[in-house]
Design a protein around this ligand. Structure first.
Ligand SMILES: [Zn+2]
Length: 67
């Protein structure tokens, strides 16, 4: 289980508040502290948070591969 504290309470996609008990998607920035068979990740800040329903995948810009 992971617990994170968000500095914003609104969805980065639709701008509406994210309420408790609603499924959300959070992207966190942090460091890998250990790498064996598993990675131990220590998060330092949240880069992006939105409702799970609002998530439509990676932004188009990020996956332009020149096709
Ligand atoms: Zn939303």
């Amino acid at each position: 289980m992971m617990e994170a504290r968000l500095g914003v309470i609104t969805c980065d996609k639709c701008g509406l508040p994210m309420k408790e008990r609603k499924p959300v998607l959070v992207m966190a920035e942090g460091d890998i502290m250990e790498s064996d068979d598993e990675l131990t990740f220590q998060g330092s800040c949240v880069r992006y948070a939105c409702h799970l329903d609002c998530w439509d995948g990676v932004e188009e810009d990020a996956r332009q591969d020149g096709r």
